[in-house]
Design a protein around this ligand. Sequence first.
Ligand code: AMP
Length: 113
Amino acid sequence: MGKTIFSKIIDKEIPADIVYEDDQVLAFRDIVPQAPVHILVIPKKPILNLKHVEPEDQDLLGHLLLSVKKIAQQEGLSNGYRVVINNGTDAGQTVDHLHFHILAGRSLLWPPG
Ligand code: AMP
């Protein structure tokens, strides 16, 4: 399988509006935002989705969630935010690289549809 668009963003082969980066994680603004704030938080390790995580990924998964918290603080999301992980076809996953959506800046409906 070839590189996903997110692997190309990690390798800086294509541009992205990056809001946070460390040795394990990259976060950038979604190109088709579904809310005033829409950020994608991804591991640099190319994991397809949650079905493909392994026990060895436990620390990385914790680090991803702590990064979400850090980014939410950085973005000033004091009114709250939603974190979404789409896994597989029925969930609407379109990029085969694990990613957390952070959505904020408006009142979000539930159930999401
Ligand atoms: P999902 O549908 O959960 O797989 O989410 C994939 C997300 O990636 C969508 O919200 C897309 O708008 C977003 N996306 C696709 N290509 C890019 C890109 N080059 N830069 C930023 N976001 C992208």
